[in-house]
Design a protein around this ligand. Sequence first.
Ligand code: NI
Length: 227
Amino acid sequence: MLIQIPEVLSIEELARCRAILAGADWADGRITAGTQSAKVKQNLQLPELCEASLTVRQVVLEALNRNALFLSAALPKRIFPPLFNRYEGAYNTFGNHIDNAVRVCADSGVRVRTDLSATLFFSDPDSYDGGELVIEDTYGDHAVKLAAGDMVLYPGSSLHRVVPVTRGARLASFFWIESMVRETERRRLLFEMDMAILELRETQGDIPAAVNLTGCYHNLLRMWADM
Ligand code: NI
């Protein structure tokens, strides 16, 4: 399941993040790659614990925590502290790979199982050519290139790549989520149910059926959530 979440960052937050990232010291992206992905990874990345990373990370985490769509779709238990990458010039692509199943946070040592992968776009799509995130699933390839401030969520188990950037620069944040509901299909059912209940309540008010369904949602979550 691929979910697009619009306007995760406000225009002000986006401008602030971009200004900080513009003045930051970027490093070779292979600093966080596993041995397979290091061979196909050719991009720039901010060191995990540099000041710019820590500041922008906080902005992103605050934005995620107020985003109802994200919280419903991901049902997050732990969020790996957001990282930042840049595709430009000779560092312009990342070939096919699957993200590591478990990531260790550099500062806390906490382990995060990567149930979901996320990419939050910082650059206006018109400002660069290429740079699509291509995600493969059983329905084929999906090319994703979103407006600045928008985010895509996809299963951590997916094979994916970033197409070479041939003009301009593509700035993004990427990170992983360990979900309270590990299985993608269960998470998808809960998300669809939550969205349907929301629509029902908006159009019909809190009719008894809506109250009942809300109860069913929470009882399913109680059955499946792992804390
Ligand atoms: Ni990846």
